[in-house]
Design a protein around this ligand. Structure first.
Ligand SMILES: NC(=O)c1ccc[n+]([C@@H]2O[C@H](COP(=O)([O-])OP(=O)(O)OC[C@H]3O[C@@H](n4cnc5c(N)ncnc54)[C@H](OP(=O)(O)O)[C@@H]3O)[C@@H](O)[C@H]2O)c1
Length: 316
C-alpha cells in the first residue's frame, strides 16, 4: 500500500466541505506536495483543460472531491446540472488520472446511490437492487456512473481507483445557504436566527420522522486518507458514523446547541424523502477505521465555526 506522504497529491474540489477537510488532514499529517487549483482557474467539466492540467502537474495521488452537490430543493430544480456536471467532472478526472499515470485515485460517491427502500443498515452490495429515491435521481445516477467508471478502469487497465460512499456530511465550511443547503446546516442557520430574533416557533418541512446519519467531515477526511493507504479493491466502501437519529431529534439537538427555546413545528405537506438512511460500516470498521466525532460534539464545533465565519461575514 502507498505511503502518500512521499507523492504529489491533487485534491480536486479543495474549497468544498469534503475537499477542504481532506486538505486540512493531509496538511496536518505533514504532506508537503499538495496540488490544488480553484474552480475559476480549472473547470473540471472541460476535458481538454483537465488533460492539460494533469499533463502539467503529474500528480501521483488524486482525491476526487469536486462535484455539484446540494439539498432536496437544488436537486429538484436542477437535475440536468446535477447529472451533467457530475458525469463530466468524474469522467474527465478519472480518465486523465489513468492516462497520466496516477498511482491511485479515490472517488467520493454518496449514500444517495443506494435504493430508496434498501434494507437498513445499508450494505455495499445493496447497490442497484431496486429503485432510487426520485428526488435526487439525477445526482444518484451520476454518482453510480462514477463508481462504475472507476471499476471499469480498474478491470480493463488495472488502474488503482477506489470509491468511498459517505453518509450525510457536515462540519466547518458547510453550505449554509437555505436554498441549496443540506438538512443539518439548514437547521443550524434556522435555529440560530430564530434564537437571535426570539422567534416563538420554527416550522420544518416534512414529518420529522425520517432517520438520518451524519458524519463530521473531519472523520470523512481521516477515512479518505485511511482508505487511500489501506484499501485497494473494486468494491465501494461505506463511510458513516454508525448510528442514525430522527430529524425531530436532530432539530431538538440543534435547538439546544443554538440556545433556541421556542416551539418546533413540522409541516407534513412537504415531502420527507427516503424514510431511513443508515450505512452499514462493518467493512471499513473491520479494515481498522472508525468514526470518532460524536454528533453533539460535531454540531457544537460546527456552530462555533458558523458563528465565527458566516455570521461575521454577513454582518460585515
Ligand atoms: N456534503 C455531503 O453531505 C456529502 C455526502 C456524501 C457524499 N458527498 C460527496 O463528497 C463530495 C464533495 O462534496 P462536498 O459536500 O464537499 O461539496 P461542496 O462543498 O459543494 O464542494 C464541491 C467542490 O467541487 C468544486 N467544483 C464544483 N464544480 C466544479 C467544476 N466544474 N470544476 C472545478 N471544481 C468544481 C467546488 O468549487 P466551487 O465551490 O468553487 O464551485 C468545491 O470545491 C461529492 O462527491 C459528494 O457527492 C458529500
Amino acid at each position: 500500500m502507498p505511503d502518500i506522504n512521499s507523492g504529489r497529491i491533487f485534491v480536486a474540489g479543495h474549497t468544498g466541505l469534503a475537499g477542504s477537510a481532506i486538505l486540512r488532514h493531509l496538511t496536518e499529517r505533514g504532506c508537503r506536495n499538495l496540488i490544488t487549483i480553484p474552480h475559476r482557474e480549472l473547470d473540471l467539466t472541460n476535458q481538454a483543460a483537465v488533460e492539460r492540467f494533469f499533463d502539467y502537474c503529474k500528480p501521483d495521488y488524486v482525491f476526487l472531491a469536486a462535484a455539484k452537490v446540494g439539498g432536496i430543493m437544488a436537486n429538484a430544480t436542477q437535475p440536468a446540472e446535477f447529472a451533467y456536471n457530475n458525469l463530466s467532472i468524474q469522467t474527465n478526472v478519472i480518465h486523465s488520472a489513468w492516462k497520466h499515470g496516477v498511482k491511485k485515485l479515490l472517488f467520493l460517491g454518496s449514500s444517495c446511490i443506494y435504493p430508496r427502500c434498501a434494507p437498513q443498515p445499508i450494505r455495499e452490495e445493496y447497490l442497484l437492487t431496486s429503485e432510487l429515491e426520485p428526488t435526487n435521481e439525477a445526482y444518484a445516477i451520476a454518482k453510480i456512473a462514477g463508481l462504475k467508471l472507476a471499476q471499469a478502469y480498474r478491470a480493463q487497465y488495472g488502474f488503482s481507483a477506489i470509491s468511498l460512499m459517505p453518509t450525510n456530511l457536515y462540519g466547518p465550511g458547510d453550505n449554509f445557504d437555505l436554498k441549496s443547503s443540506h438538512v443539518l446546516p439548514a437547521l443550524l442557520r434556522r435555529f440560530h436566527e430564530a434564537s437571535r430574533d426570539g422567534a416563538p416557533s420554527v416550522t420544518l418541512w416534512g414529518t420529522g420522522t425520517p432517520r438520518r446519519e451524519f458524519l463530521h467531515v473531519d472523520d470523512l477526511a481521516s477515512a479518505a486518507c485511511f482508505a487511500m493507504e489501506n484499501y485497494d479493491d473494486m468494491a465501494p466502501l461505506n463511510v458513516g458514523y454508525g448510528s442514525d437519529i430522527t430529524i425531530a431529534e436532530l432539530a431538538g439537538l440543534v435547538a439546544r446547541i443554538t440556545g433556541y427555546t421556542g416551539d418546533i413545528l413540522f409541516d407534513a405537506s412537504h415531502p420527507d424523502g427516503t424514510p431511513r438512511k443508515l450505512l452499514d460500516v462493518a467493512r471499513i470498521n473491520a479494515l481498522g477505521w472508525k468514526a470518532s466525532i460524536s454528533l453533539e460534539e460535531g454540531i457544537a464545533s460546527t456552530y462555533a465555526w458558523y458563528r465565527e465565519h458566516v455570521t461575521r461575514s454577513m454582518a460585515a
